[in-house]
Design a protein around this ligand. Structure first.
Ligand SMILES: [Zn+2]
Length: 104
């Protein structure tokens, strides 16, 4: 996993330094899970930790980006069949209310 180009602190705009790696469990369709490694970077100015997320994973979300996109775009609803592990309706509502942040 490569460092994002020009990774800078979103507050200070200074380049980030490698800090460590953490494992995260991602829940996918069909009740499977997979582990991904996420690199964390530290801002040398304010000291806050930033995660370098792969493109298909949203921060702090346990569902695949595909499902989140489906919900946000409206083709996955609580009535959709085929996503055994689809999010509950409250989760979908929360995603929609956070849509702007999720897509940043
Ligand atoms: Zn900073």
């Amino acid at each position: 996993m490569a460092i994002k180009e020009n990774a800078v602190c979103s507050d200070c705009r200074v380049p980030l330094k490698y800090y460590d790696s953490v494992l995260r469990i991602i829940r996918t369709k069909g009740r499977k899970t997979r582990q991904i490694k996420i690199q964390r970077f530290r801002c040398s100015h304010c000291g806050c930790i930033h995660r370098n997320l792969p493109d298909d994973v949203f921060p702090y979300k346990q569902y695949e980006a595909e499902i989140i996109r489906g919900v946000l775009e409206g083709f996955i609803t609580p009535e959709t069949i085929g996503y055994e592990d689809y999010p509950c309706e409250m989760t979908m509502i929360r995603w929609k209310s956070q849509k702007t942040q999720l897509l940043l």
